[in-house]
Design a protein around this ligand. Structure first.
Ligand code: GLA
Length: 380
């Protein structure tokens, strides 16, 4: 993959790339829709990547090429705007923040992160492009600088009001480690994952989502309304981290029922992140599975971001005796399901679930083998 992006750059621009960046996708073990609610998340970078090959130019423009899509675009630095193509928007969002510090850039990108599958292809593109520019022009941007520039691009150019989880995981990922991030303080902790004869399976429902068009932004507004209402009821509350499930039960009648459901998901999901960290550390695979199932149930019933296909997959996976648990991953409304399965039974489980899914939805499942991998970095 990396060779093909590099050689495509040579063919397209007739010169060698000065820098090549490897930028990973991510999984999230648990902590969904908690990042933009000042909560906790437990993601990890995976060995699916976007590669960015780039060189400087002096033309005050970016010449861009998306290998996998066979598309190109030129962005003039004196008019960086939104377009009708989502990949251009992601890159223009980065250029709008960095163009006044650079002369120009020639850039090719491509990779093997499935798009719209909830494994964060957009953060990988944004972080990869920002890292490439920082490397080419010695801007010395820190990992946090790049994560925040990438997030701002999503907000302003992709129009997705996302949290910081994806960009954080992409930049800070560490081989075989999950990262516990407190999204309020941005403190984080790395812990090694040992699954003892089990494997994390990533199954793509092939229901593609584009968060810009989905209810993602609506959920963010609802969560904000809910926390404002909770603050009014109790002045000791300043963020979701001050709210417990018990407290929510007490004020149930005083909150709009939809807002209550959204808050209930966020608060219980934060609790599950801590329980998951403990279950992983103490190697309790059954508890890990149970927490995955509880998270999915909450995403389905309280946050209402799952869909028929991912609900079906989680149910079907749980019918297989050797699956510990499963849940929908990422922004929602489709995408991938993450399951913890006994190593020896992976093939059998996949076969059964594939047959059932094909029968019900006439869609062929995609199994995406993943390993927990290193964050975004320059390869050469
Ligand atoms: C998307 C967003 C993240 C996060 C997840 C849901 O991946 O980009 O910031 O909100 O959805 O947990």
């Amino acid at each position: 993959m990396v060779e093909s992006v590099g050689s495509h750059f040579e063919e397209y621009f007739g010169k060698q790339a000065e820098a090549v960046i490897q930028s990973p996708g991510r999984i999230n073990i648990i902590g969904e829709h908690t990042d933009y609610n000042d909560g906790y998340v437990l993601p990890a970078a995976i060995d699916r990547y976007i590669y960015v090959a780039a060189s400087k130019n002096d033309d005050n423009k970016a010449r861009l090429n998306a290998v996998d899509l066979g598309e190109d675009h030129v962005t003039e630095f004196n008019s960086i705007e939104r377009t009708d193509r989502s990949w251009v928007n992601l890159i223009n969002g980065i250029l709008s923040q960095l163009s006044n510090r650079i002369g120009g850039v020639d850039l090719v990108f491509g990779g093997d992160i499935p798009l719209g599958a909830g494994v964060s292809s957009s953060a990988a593109i944004c972080c990869g492009v920002a890292t490439a520019i920082s490397e080419l022009y010695n801007l010395n941007l820190s990992k946090w600088d790049i994560a925040k520039i990438a997030q701002k691009s999503e907000h302003e150019f992709a129009l997705v009001q996302c949290g910081i989880m994806d960009q954080f995981a992409c930049m800070f990922g560490l081989t075989n480690h999950v990262l516990l991030l407190n999204c309020l303080t941005l403190e984080y902790e790395e812990s090694e994952v040992e699954l003892h004869g089990n494997r994390l399976l990533l199954i793509n429902s092939k229901v593609e989502h584009s968060l810009g068009d989905s209810d993602y932004n609506r959920r963010k507004e609802e969560s904000e309304e809910a926390i404002e209402a909770l603050k009014k009821l109790d002045d000791k509350i300043s963020s979701y981290q001050d709210v417990t499930a018990a407290h929510l039960e007490e004020v149930r009648e005083k909150l709009d029922p939809i807002l209550w459901k959204r808050a209930f998901h966020i608060v219980t999901e934060n609790e599950r992140v801590h329980e998951m960290r403990f279950a992983l550390k103490s190697k309790k695979q059954d508890q890990v599975g149970e927490l995955l199932n509880k998270s999915h149930h909450s995403l389905k019933e309280y946050y209402e971001v799952t869909c028929e296909e991912t609900d079906f997959l989680v149910d079907e996976l749980n019918k297989q005796g050797t699956v510990h648990g499963a849940r929908q991953l990422g922004g929602g409304f489709g995408g991938c399901v993450l399951a913890l399965v006994k190593d020896a039974d992976v093939y059998q489980v996949l076969k059964q679930v594939e047959i059932a899914y094909k029968k019900s939805f006439n869609i062929k499942l995609d199994n995406i083998p993943v390993k927990i991998s290193k964050g975004c970095h320059r390869i050469y």
